[in-house]
Each structure stands twice: as structure tokens, then as C-alpha cells.
Design a protein around this ligand. Structure first.
Ligand SMILES: [Zn+2]
Length: 451
């Protein structure tokens, strides 16, 4: 890496951390509509300060705007950054050691809600751009940003936004939000996400709750729902909806090999979560392959009747459950939804109503894409360690609309670590990782610009 560029970044680290803290001081909780527009404006301003043409654009839902920005570089080759400026709710507040929207630095970490997910990644990218502009006078390639404000609530309207702004978002490659080092400190480069279908099931069997003595004759919606749910999956963890696995394409040889090289973090995860034994006794490679490549069916929550203190002999009138399905290529949420409805009807559960939120398709970038090789090479140079290629994360996000919709290879890498406590109290980012993240982005832009 160019010594002057590296020195500039190292010397200006305090300024870059100040930029990160500035972002974190502005709450932006999409779920609570708290500060989202103010944060969009702040992000726009920070990009404009770097001489980007930056604007706040509406999506179909006026609550969740997108910040779009671009600046031409020496090379017409264009790199698109996808980030999100919204954060998870900070609750439960009493578990924070310092207030979630008052960033505090201690023990080599900065603590604040969103400081890792996703403001740390965004601030590191802005920092790399500042360094390149100051040291080199311009950017090595054309850079675009698409920064959404509702990622943490499932990106409503974002796929449509991308579709409607195809020309604006035109690029050659995309760098995704998120990314971290693994438990050993090796940088991870993730190339895909699972899709998701999220449904709410409801049974309503009477107009009001009744005395539980009527259980002799009045149908119980809680039982109906439990019976319906029990038909979705067996105790060997196989989803029983007919056709559920039809569209699943098995992982490619390259994807399997990449996972075989990943360190299995099952022991750390078990300890972190307080779980004695994983499903089916899975360990090591078997755990990893299943975790990354298998679709899921999960009861996320259930609600019916009385669960308060003491006894209440009541026969509830309604029962509800929320269920999510994490999907793998080439499953489609709308297809799985149809199959779920058909399955419930066929099994005699036409009294179970199904309401679905916007789904997301799974996405994977080919492991042998030249862009992936460039990200890997530059990571190796900056971290001085061999990066770990992750064919897909187990999580979901709106990647498909950019990978398939715009036809871009996508790599995800960033400033996080497994101990960042994202989505939880005391979210933090390690200053050392943040610095490496800035260096990596700067070096990637330099080498990408050279073509
Ligand atoms: Zn998140």
C-alpha cells in the first residue's frame, strides 16, 4: 500500500472516529421512526462535504428515504457501496453501560447503538474516501453510494427503489454493508445472503374469550394453531411443506470447498449462546455446512390466552404465531408462501389465516468472480492474514435486487468482529478493526481503479 496514503489514514484516525461518533449521536431507529430523516440528512451532508453529488430520495414509504451519492473518479470503472443508516432499537436501555446515542470510547472500543451495524462500515468508507481525496486529489474510480434507512426492518420498498433507479445505480461491482473478522482475527469476505419469508398465522374461533369449561364444545384456537404448526416440520428438522425443497440448488463444489476452509466456530457460539448441544448433535464442518446451506422454518413467537401470574381458566378466542423461513438459492418467498397456504388447506387448516410481509430472495456471487479475487488480494495485503471466503451468510438482506437485478458481483467485508454485540446492549466496534477497515477500502479503491 502507498506509504503516504497509509500514514495519512493512521494520523487522521481520531478525525475518522469523530465522524463515526457524529453518525452515532444521531438516533435513526426505523422500527420506532426515531430520527430517520434527520440521519438521512446528516449522511447526505457528510457525503456532500466530500464533494459527492448527494441527495435524499424517497421510497414508496415516506418514512424511509434512501441517500444516494456519486462522485466521478480517474477511472470510469464504478464501485457501488450499499449501506444502511438505520439502527436497531436500543432497548433494553438499563443494560447499557453508557447511553446508546452518546458514543463512548473505552478499552480500545467505541460503544453506541449502530456503531458496528452499520455506521462503523459507513464511516470507514467515508474515511477512506477522505484520505484518497486529500492525498491524491481525486478518486481512483467512480464511487456511488446507496444507503437505505430501513434495513433493520426488512427494507420495505427497497427492491422497488433499486428497480426504479437502475440507471442511477449502474456500476461494475458492489461492496455490501457488514462484514467482520472471525474469532481468530482473520478477515471474512462474504458473498451471499439467504432469502426470507416472514408470515403471521392466526386462528380466530370465537368473537370473545370464554370460560374454559366450554372446552367440551368450543374449538380452541391455540390447539388449532399448535396442530397446524406441528405439520410444518418434523423432529428430524425436515420441513414438511410439499415442494419446499424443490427449488434448492445444492452448493457448488467451490462453495463447499470454501466452507471446508472456514474455521468452525460452533464451540464459541455454543458458549456465547449458553446452548449445550446443537440440533442433531452437529459439530465442526457438519455444523457449518448445515448452518450456511440449509433453509429453515422457525417459530419466532406465539401468543394466545393468559400467561400472566397465577391461574386463569380461560378458553382464548384467538391464537397467533410468527414464523420465518430462511431461504437458499433458488427458493422464492412467493412460491414458498403459496406452498404453505396449499399445505395448510390440504391438511384441513383452512381456519388458519396467513399474512405475509415482503419477502427477500436469496443471493450469491460466484466464488470465482475477478472482483472477489481483488477483494481477497487487498484484504491479504492490509491485514497480513489470509482472508476467509464465506459463500453465504446465514442472515438475509436485500442483496438480490442488486446482484441479480443490476447484475453486479457483490462482496461484503468491513470493520466488525464477533464480539461487537450488534442488535444488543453495549454494541461496540474495535478501533483497531475500524482502522484496518479504512485501509482495506482505500487500497481496494486504488487497485480497482487501475483495472
Ligand atoms: Zn443489523
Amino acid at each position: 500500500m502507498d506509504a503516504q496514503l497509509r500514514r495519512h489514514i493512521e494520523v487522521h484516525l481520531p478525525n475518522y472516529l469523530e465522524g463515526l461518533k457524529r453518525l452515532c449521536r444521531q438516533p435513526s431507529v426505523a422500527a420506532q421512526s426515531h430520527g430517520v430523516h434527520e440521519c438521512a440528512e446528516l449522511v447526505r451532508q457528510m457525503l456532500q462535504d466530500l464533494s459527492f453529488r448527494a441527495q435524499v430520495l424517497p421510497t414508496r414509504d415516506p418514512r424511509y428515504p434512501v441517500v444516494y451519492a456519486e462522485r466521478a473518479g480517474r477511472s470510469p470503472r464504478t464501485l457501488l457501496f450499499y449501506n444502511h443508516f438505520d439502527v436497531q432499537p436500543a432497548e433494553p436501555l438499563e443494560l447499557w453501560e453508557s447511553p446508546p446515542f452518546e458514543p463512548q470510547e473505552r478499552d480500545g472500543r467505541v460503544f453506541a447503538r449502530g456503531v458496528s451495524d452499520d455506521k462503523g462500515h459507513l464511516a470507514a468508507r467515508l474515511a477512506a474516501l477522505e484520505a484518497l481525496l486529500t492525498v491524491q486529489g481525486d478518486l481512483p474510480c467512480t464511487v456511488k453510494f446507496c444507503i437505505e434507512g430501513a434495513e433493520e426492518i426488512g427494507s420495505p420498498g427497497f427492491a422497488e427503489f433499486v428497480e426504479e433507479h437502475r440507471d442511477l445505480l449502474k456500476a461494475d461491482v458492489c461492496v455490501w454493508e457488514g462484514g467482520s473478522v472471525d474469532w481468530r482475527g482473520d478477515p471474512e469476505i462474504a458473498l451471499g445472503l439467504k432469502g426470507i419469508l416472514y408470515v403471521e398465522l392466526e386462528v380466530r374461533s370465537a368473537s370473545r374469550d370464554s370460560h374454559s369449561s366450554y372446552a367440551t364444545v368450543v374449538p380452541n384456537p391455540a390447539w388449532r394453531l399448535v396442530w397446524a404448526l406441528s405439520t410444518l416440520k418434523d423432529q428430524q428438522e425436515r420441513v414438511l411443506i410439499p415442494g419446499f425443497y424443490d427449488a434448492v440448488r445444492p452448493p457448488t463444489a467451490l462453495e463447499r470447498e470454501a466452507v471446508a476452509k472456514m474455521p468452525a466456530d460452533d464451540e464459541q457460539l455454543k458458549q456465547e449462546l449458553g446452548v449445550k448441544r446443537f440440533l442433531k448433535g452437529l459439530r465442526g464442518q457438519d455444523y457449518l455446512q448445515r448452518h450456511l446451506f440449509e433453509p429453515t422454518c422457525t417459530i419466532c413467537g406465539m401468543e394466545s390466552g393468559y400467561t400472566g401470574e397465577g391461574t386463569k381458566t380461560v378458553l382464548p378466542a384467538t391464537a397467533r404465531a410468527k414464523v420465518d423461513f430462511r431461504l437458499v438459492p433458488h427458493q422464492r418467498p412467493e412460491d414458498i408462501l403459496e406452498k404453505l397456504k396449499a399445505h395448510l388447506a390440504a391438511r384441513g387448516f383452512s381456519d388458519v389465516t396467513v399474512k405475509a410481509a415482503d419477502g427477500e430472495n436469496p443471493s450469491r456471487t460466484a466464488m470465482d468472480s475477478p472482483f472477489v479475487e481483488l477483494v481477497r488480494k487487498t484484504a491479504r495485503e492490509v491485514f497480513g492474514r489470509e482472508p476467509v471466503l464465506v459463500p453465504t451468510s446465514a442472515g438475509s438482506g436485500p442483496m438480490y435486487c442488486i446482484s441479480e437485478g443490476l447484475g453486479l458481483p457483490i462482496a461484503s467485508f468491513g470493520v466488525g468482529s464477533p464480539t461487537d454485540k450488534i442488535h444488543a446492549p453495549n454494541e461496540n466496534v474495535q478501533v483497531a478493526n475500524f482502522l484496518k477497515g479504512v485501509l482495506h477500502v482505500a487500497e481496494l479503491l486504488v487497485q480497482f481503479g487501475k483495472g
